[in-house]
Design a protein around this ligand. Structure first.
Ligand SMILES: CCCC/C=C\CCCCCCCC(=O)SCCNC(=O)CCNC(=O)[C@H](O)C(C)(C)COP(=O)(O)OP(=O)(O)OC[C@H]1O[C@@H](n2cnc3c(N)ncnc32)[C@H](O)[C@@H]1OP(=O)(O)O
Length: 359
């Protein structure tokens, strides 16, 4: 029986007896005991985006392959000419934390019923992800209550966990108790340059040193599936202590559509880890990072949102010390609704950087 979701027929479900090996079903399909998570386009308001350019986050990065009940792999869905296995990998050469968190939430969401939605997740990154091999996601169904369901997911490579992620899902509930902070007042996205446009502007600076030219050119060439418009971006070469705060507009590159909130939460998990941890480094220009990595990542999903529409990412770091830094973030919709809150600690090993001028 073909499954359906949002009125659009999904591909036939693998029958109960289908062997795991032939149950190559992407996350767009579902087995009888698993629910669809990603329905890239659904009914509802049409976005202003070009609907033909589907986000690679949905068509590829977050489109896991089902190997068996509660067991998924990203092997066949992350094909990328560059790495052969994973879409975009930061220059740190560790798997991008946001990818692992987003994929873990996809796996967890496949195991809960259609009418409950992620409201929080808490992860630890326990080993660096290997960009040369796929990731397995093993879902443990901890509890299904009347209103809440809890899942634990292990992301596994080389037989060892690289991430452990607990997530909780809740059925829609109304409440008279509601409040939120007020969204910061910032320029709107159409008043700002994208990160790429900013880099191209810097690259046109005749006084740019070769070192910066190489670094910025590499950054420009990266296939990051996220669009970013920094607000008041620090001039990359100004070596001054900045406040440990940054704001930028962010959205998935490409079209996703109304879809279901499970998908947008998974995309937001991916997005939330990009350029997040560096907030804690902004005051410390006089040090060069020798090693940097996220230790954990937490998210709370407050209200429906579209991850393929601009959202304001308000990031701040209230504390750093003992080779660690804490960053906190809020994702705001353009209408002022607080959609998502995030928090993360990272480890930094640094050394004094040689004083150098821009020239
Ligand atoms: C304008 C453009 C902006 C661009 C913005 C963003 C770009 C892209 C985003 C960048 C991504 C950043 C966030 C991430 O995604 S990181 C990926 C997710 N996190 C992880 O993968 C971490 C996984 N966990 C681990 O790897 C480990 O648990 C650990 C955190 C490393 C801890 O393990 P442990 O065995 O305890 O290792 P440790 O002792 O900490 O050593 C690690 C490493 O550091 C070296 N080291 C240790 N102490 C020091 C020291 N005092 N000084 C210098 N170096 C030290 C140590 O030798 C290890 O190095 P290796 O031996 O080479 O591994």
């Amino acid at each position: 029986m073909a499954a359906s979701s949002g009125g659009k027929k999904l591909l036939p479900e693998p029958s109960k007896g289908t062997s795991a090996a032939s149950a190559h079903s992407s996350i767009l399909r579902k087995s009888s005991s698993e629910k669809p998570v990603t329905e890239a386009t659904g009914s509802g308001s049409k976005s202003s985006r070009n609907e033909d350019l589907h986000s690679v986050l949905v068509t590829s990065v977050l489109n896991l392959e089902r190997l068996d009940l509660d067991l998924y792999s990203n092997e066949h869905s992350n094909r990328c000419t560059f790495t052969g296995t994973h879409h975009w990998v930061p220059r740190s050469r560790m798997l991008f934390g946001g990818q692992i968190v987003g994929q873990a939430l996809v796996a967890a969401a496949m195991s809960v019923s259609e009418n409950i939605y992620a409201h929080s997740l808490h992860c630890y990154f326990v080993r660096a992800g290997d960009p040369k091999v796929p990731v397995l996601y093993q879902v443990d169904r901890i509890r299904d209550g009347k209103s809440f369901s809890v899942r634990s997911v292990k992301a596994i490579q080389h037989g060892n966990p690289i991430l452990i992620c607990q997530s909780s899902f809740q059925r829609k509930m109304e409440s008279p108790i509601h409040h939120q902070f007020t969204m910061p007042v910032v320029p709107s996205p159409n008043e700002l340059l994208t990160q790429e446009e900013l880099i191209q502007k810097y690259l046109r600076d005749p006084a740019l040193t070769e070192k910066y030219k190489v670094g910025l050119t590499k950054l420009l060439a990266e296939e990051v599936p996220i669009e970013i418009k920094p607000i008041n971006p620090p001039e990359y070469y100004r070596r001054v202590a900045l406040e440990s705060k940054q704001h930028f507009w962010v959205r998935a590159r490409g079209y996703i559509g109304e879809g279901n909130m499970k998908l947008h939460c998974c995309v937001a998990a991916y997005i939330s880890d990009y350029s997040f941890l560096r907030t804690a480094l902004l005051p410390h220009f006089q040090y060069k990072v020798k090693f940097m990595a996220s230790l954990d990542h937490s998210m709370w999903f407050h209200a429906p949102f579209r991850s393929d529409e601009w959202m304001l990412y308000e990031c701040e770091s209230p504390w750093a010390g003992s080779c660690r830094g804490l960053v906190q973030g809020r994702l705001w919709k353009q209408d002022g609704v607080l959609a998502v809150s995030c928090a993360q600690e990272g480890v930094f090993y640094v050394k004094p950087s040689a004083a150098e001028s821009k020239l």
